[in-house]
Design a protein around this ligand. Structure first.
Ligand code: CDP
Length: 197
């Protein structure tokens, strides 16, 4: 069975939690595509060469979740050759047999426009920054400023900017508990699976 769930949205909106929960519930594989850009960002050197040489072992590095890695990721993510080098891997993952959940910024718009389910997960910048601050600590004002900076770069870039696909269902998690958000996402997937030809 080929079935793709595309989950896009800005930083700390809840994409990761929802993606893992959906994948577990339906037995689908899950790819956090942000990790690909984070690896390229932290490897340093020539980002295009790094993207072309990426291996599975790189995704298990322990330094990928930091604020610095997030910023480095969004800086290399504006480079069209970096994005191009990562497309095939993501497309193959999305359309391999067995069902897949991919979360990122351009999954429903560029990587897999034919995805059976498209979700756009969002929340106010303040709520998202607070969630990120709970994870990473440090100066709360700086966490908010960095998140806004990254949002602006991701939404403003020319190649594959962050935006909701026209046919994506938007879930705003500003005032929604994670259980409710996961339930909504799972209901949408379940409804699509039932109606498959
Ligand atoms: O976890 P968080 O939402 O903070 O970030 P992430 O999903 O790990 O993504 C880190 C950065 O990689 C983003 O700010 C984007 O610049 C870039 N990215 C992208 O351009 N396209 C994707 N499909 C995924 C991430």
């Amino acid at each position: 069975m080929i079935f793709t769930v595309a989950i896009d949205g800005p930083a700390a909106a809840g994409k990761g939690t929802i993606s893992r929960a959906v994948a577990e519930r339906f037995g689908f594989r899950h790819l956090d595509t942000g990790l690909l850009y984070r690896v390229v960002g932290v490897l340093g050197g020539d980002p295009v060469a790094a993207a072309r040489g990426l291996g599975p072992e790189d995704l298990t590095r322990s330094d990928l979740r930091t604020l610095e890695a997030g910023q480095a990721a969004s800086r290399v993510a504006v480079i069209p050759e970096v994005r191009a080098a990562l497309v095939d891997f993501q497309r193959r993952f999305a359309r391999a047999d067995g069902g897949a959940v991919l979360d990122g910024r351009d999954i429903g718009t560029v990587i897999c426009p034919e995805a059976e389910v498209k979700l756009y997960i969002t929340a106010s910048a303040e709520v998202r920054a607070h969630r990120r601050w709970l994870e990473v600590g440090g100066d709360a004002a700086q966490v908010l400023a960095e998140l806004r900076e990254r949002d602006a770069r991701d939404m403003g870039r020319a190649d594959a900017p962050l935006r909701a696909a026209p046919d994506a269902v938007v879930i705003d998690t500003s005032d929604l508990g994670i259980d409710e958000a996961v339930a909504r996402a799972c209901n949408l997937v379940a409804a699509k699976l039932v109606r498959r030809p």
